[in-house]
Ligand binder design. Structure first.
Ligand SMILES: Cc1ncc(C[n+]2csc(CCOP(=O)(O)OP(=O)(O)O)c2C)c(N)n1
Ligand SMILES: [Mg+2]
Length: 584
């Protein structure tokens, strides 16, 4: 039997070493499903419960493997459901290929069923976007789509009308110009190093500085040795934006931890006091945490020339892979002998760690959210892959989950969407059977894609889902109070028994509200063979405060309380208790 367009699609993906596709069926992609069925010994299809989760899983897969992630959805609504996950991939620079169906090729734009031009819908999100016109077109298009996604670190999209998926090769429609087998399944990454003169300018600038701070983001995830050597050479602290959490282990003497609202005080101090800043593979958006423009000389390293000077007025830009650029730069740098800036940062980090330890070991009731991440961190294996959702949980994860060994960590960075973490864990579990995979998620984020627990059960993915139950969209509640100075509104959640829900899905379900039980409950859950949910009932009145609180934030907080937040006395008590603990 002659090959169909869909056969050619699947076989070309296999040529590109794609062996896993996350998706959800529909009549607009039945042709592709038939090809998936007949190639199922080589191509694994993972069926999620919502297409958004397929796109998140593909993004997580790409983040944790460095490889292309692939997702598949039907015409119209299926494709539309992918969008948020695709924007997540675009925003965090991940190579993801989305494949969708379209209606019959000769009914497009005639108000037919599921007649949505997804190639037009995806114009903004996708770097490459093409409608396949026949079996002779698909191979070339797949090659271009994949190369573009890998080169531009973004989304590529292919849509195939449902009848064209079944068209067979050899029906005489190949144009003379389209020579068969002319296109290659080969990606050749750009390996050009920055010119020597630029490297020398960067080195001069760094050598002349006395307080050098390094901000190392996700672009440095594969360059741990180089970043550590840089820190040692310039005697400066490494500040890790959240997507770069895995760049250095948290017990490294060279890191002050995270930055931003959910970062650490010593990172904030180091950036406030540095006279030289090296930004490597980072685009942390919160400019108020950078040095003031003009305060520090700046060398920025990024694979994308468009990002040089994006957040801070860089004096020298070095374009390329962070590891390769640092290897070229390091021999030009002088060893700094004055350790005072680094030592101050290390002292600040020690104090911070002590504060976090106190917060994390609190026995107060209701249980503090930090207590959960504190104990979880200690119980995790050195190979754990931890995904966090957006919400206050991101702060508790950022500050209390310590990176060790080969651990990986991610969340939705620039898009900061909710509901990504369980699907990211699906991507991680698919890529790394045998590794410990953890999802840290709020009750709000979890309920958005709650059906994905069934996906974990179906594929026997032993992901442990740690749900922080505060019956609230906590992050927004605190924003309303502390940033806007308004009493909370529209943020309370109808409670759900998540442990019972887990069992209804066929997973293990645990529930804990006692800080004295948290360690043993987590230990028991982590030891289970399959997927498990741990519902952690936590204090809804514990605010995620920045490392240093500003006068403005304190004033807004006071104003919201004065205007009558219904939980104001509980909140005030909690905040005062924290402040007292900090000072005593
Ligand atoms: C898709 C989406 N909708 C809304 C938001 C705004 N938002 C950010 S965090 C948050 C609250 C998250 O609540 P939950 O998951 O319960 O975590 P918590 O903050 O309570 O820890 C909301 C609504 C978002 N980031 N993404
Ligand atoms: Mg919540």
């Amino acid at each position: 039997m002659a090959k169909t367009t869909a056969d050619l699609l699947v076989e070309r993906l296999l040529d590109w070493d794609v062996d896993t596709i996350f998706g959800f069926p529909g009549d607009g992609i039945n042709g592709i499903f038939e090809a998936l069925r007949t190639h199922k010994d080589k191509m694994r299809f993972i069926q999620v419960r919502h297409e958004e989760a397929a796109a998140f899983a593909a993004c997580g897969y790409a983040k944790y493997t460095g490889r292309l992630g692939v997702c598949l959805a039907t015409s119209g609504p299926g494709g539309i459901h992918l969008l948020n996950g695709l924007y997540d991939a675009k925003s965090d620079g991940q190579p993801v290929l989305a494949i969708t169906g379209h209606t019959f090729h000769d009914l497009i734009n005639t108000h037919y069923q599921q007649d949505v031009d997804l190639d037009r819908v995806f114009m903004d999100v996708a770097e490459y976007n093409e409608r396949v016109m026949g079996p002779e077109h698909v191979v070339n298009v797949v090659d271009e789509a994949i190369k573009t996604a890998l080169t531009r670190h973004g989304v590529a999209h292919i849509t195939i009308p449902k009848d064209i998926q079944m068209w067979e090769l050899g029906e005489g429609t190949r144009s003379k110009a389209n020579i068969a087998h002319h296109s290659a399944d080969l990606f050749a990454p750009d390996g050009v190093a920055p010119p020597t003169a630029q490297l020398e300018r960067a080195a001069d600038l760094i050598n002349a500085g006395s307080n050098v701070a390094i901000m190392a983001g996700r672009g440095c995830l594969g360059a741990r040795d180089e970043v550590e050597q840089l820190a040692r050479t310039v005697s400066g602290p490494v500040i890790k934006p959240l997507l770069g959490k895995g760049v250095l282990p948290d017990d490294s003497p060279y890191t002050t931890g995270g930055i931003g609202l959910l970062g650490t005080a010593p990172s904030q101090d180091a950036l406030k006091e540095c006279d030289t800043l090296i930004i490597a593979g980072a685009g942390m958006p919160y400019m108020e945490f950078y040095p003031k423009p003009g305060q520090a000389k700046c060398v920025q390293i990024d694979y994308d020339p468009e990002r040089i000077g994006l957040r801070y007025p860089a004096d020298v830009g070095l374009v390329g892979d962070c590891g390769a650029v640092l290897r070229a730069l390091l021999p030009l740098l002088d060893q700094k002998t004055d350790l005072s800036f680094l030592q101050k940062a290390q002292d600040g980090k020690k104090d911070w760690d002590q504060l976090m330890n106190e917060r994390g070991t609190s026995t107060a009731v209701p249980m503090k959210p930090q207590v959960v991440t504190h104990h979880l961190s200690k119980l995790l294996r050195d190979d754990a892959i931890v995904s966090s959702d957006s919400g206050t949980i991101a702060t508790w994860s950022a500050r209390h989950i310590d990176m060790r060994g080969d651990m990986m960590f991610s969340l939705s960075g620039s898009l900061a969407t909710m509901a990504n973490s369980v699907p990211y864990s699906i991507g991680a579990a698919a890529a790394y059977p045998g590794r410990q995979v953890i999802s840290i998620v709020g009750d709000g984020g979890f309920t958005m894609l709650m059906g994905e627990l069934a996906t974990l059960v179906k594929y026997k993915m032993p992901v442990k889902v740690i749900i922080f139950k505060n019956n609230s969209l906590g992050q927004i509640k605190w924003e309303q109070i502390a940033q806007e100075g308004n009493p909370e509104y529209g943020v309370d959640l109808q409670p759900i028994d998540f442990a019972m829900y887990a069992r209804a899905c066929g997973a293990e379900g645990f529930s804990v509200d006692d800080p004295k039980q948290i360690e043993s409950t987590l230990r028991e859950a982590l030891a289970t063979a399959g997927p498990a949910v741990v519902e952690c009932v936590i204090d809804p009145n514990e605010p995620p405060m920045p490392g240093h609180i500003t006068v403005e934030q304190a004033k807004k907080f006071a104003s919201a309380m004065a205007r009558g937040d219904e939980n104001r006395w509980d909140i005030v008590r909690t905040v005062i208790r924290d402040k007292v603990r900090e000072v005593v």
